[in-house]
Design a protein around this ligand. Structure first.
Ligand SMILES: [Zn+2]
Length: 296
């Protein structure tokens, strides 16, 4: 026993000496370690792709972001895989959208149960939630589709990162400030783009754009209500509305079927234009959405 302990101590001492020598002679070694291991980084999980941009913009090189809902999947129906549940074991912070996304309503309790040490930050703190369209109770979950809300969500991420790593406070605050400047000019660009619009109504397939419409005074007509395709009589009503208001474009989303949108477009001799509520390039995508809305 005694001998073994001495051996171990000797080994430890050698290892420590080597470590000092190596870290002293080359900075490259330690920076390589950072990019490979990632253990020095704060691990953040988010539900949807746009939140990855928020987290990476604020966290910079000090964070690793894990998005749970893959591109092309709907946050209203997505089921977590067991592999993804396991991947959350190393997560420091879960930045939950908190606005009533079905995915989070279904999975957050389980995720928290399995990861009791994980910090959960609610990105919707400070955002006034709109009610859902249609008969279903609850709130409209699509808060991220408003640059004003995106700023609040990014601030909430910043505060959580500062709590986790107070020594990097200035770094996170500087990053937040830079990103908020970009969101401000996005807001301004959207206003300019939409000021060229002449039509009063915008018809969208998936009702994701209420916060956007609130910020920029658009009147939305949604084809899908309560997550369902319209009934034949609802479809007839929508076609009437499209004809009365001279609507020639129906905006659909890549994540959802465009069947009934196509029927409307065909009937009014209009067309379908795809806009993406879940793009990972948040700012770029929002500018192209504004362009699409303005040039219909
Ligand atoms: Zn949606």
């Amino acid at each position: 026993m005694h001998l073994n302990l001495q051996k171990i101590l000797l080994l430890l001492l050698t290892a420590l000496t080597l470590l000092v020598i190596f870290s002293g002679c080359s900075n490259d070694i330690s920076s390589d370690k950072n990019t490979d291991g990632d253990e020095s980084k704060i691990s953040i999980a988010v539900s949807i792709l746009p939140e990855k941009e928020f987290a990476e913009s604020v966290g910079g090189e000090k964070v690793n972001v894990n998005v749970l809902i893959p591109p092309g999947s709907s946050p209203h129906t997505y089921e977590l895989t067991s592999g993804q549940l396991k991947s959350l074991a190393e997560t420091d912070i879960y930045a939950v959208t908190g606005s009533g996304i079905e995915f989070e309503l279904a999975w957050m309790d389980k995720i928290i149960d399995l990861n009791p040490d994980m910090v959960v930050v609610n990105l919707s703190d400070g955002i006034s939630l709109l009610k859902n369209e249609g008969e279903s109770a609850g709130t409209d979950p699509h808060i991220w589709l408003s640059p004003k809300n995106a700023k609040i969500m990014s601030e909430n991420i910043c505060n959580a990162l500062i709590r986790m790593s107070p020594e990097s406070e200035q770094y996170f605050r500087d990053n937040l400030h830079e990103y908020e400047k970009k969101l401000d000019s996005l807001d301004e660009n959207i206003r300019v783009a939409l000021s060229k619009r002449e039509d009063e109504y915008v018809m969208v397939y998936h009702p994701a754009w209420s916060y956007f419409a609130r910020d920029y005074s658009l009147n939305l007509i949604s084809v899908e209500v309560d997550g369902k395709e319209p009934s034949p009589s609802e479809l007839a009503e929508l076609i009437d509305k499209a004809e009365i208001n001279n609507i020639k474009v129906i905006f659909a989303s890549p994540e959802y079927s465009t069947k009934s949108a196509e029927v409307i477009a065909k009937t009014v001799s209009g067309k379908i234009v795809l806009i993406d509520p879940l793009s990972g390039d948040y700012i770029e995508n929002m500018e192209s959405v504004a362009r699409a809305f303005s040039s219909e």
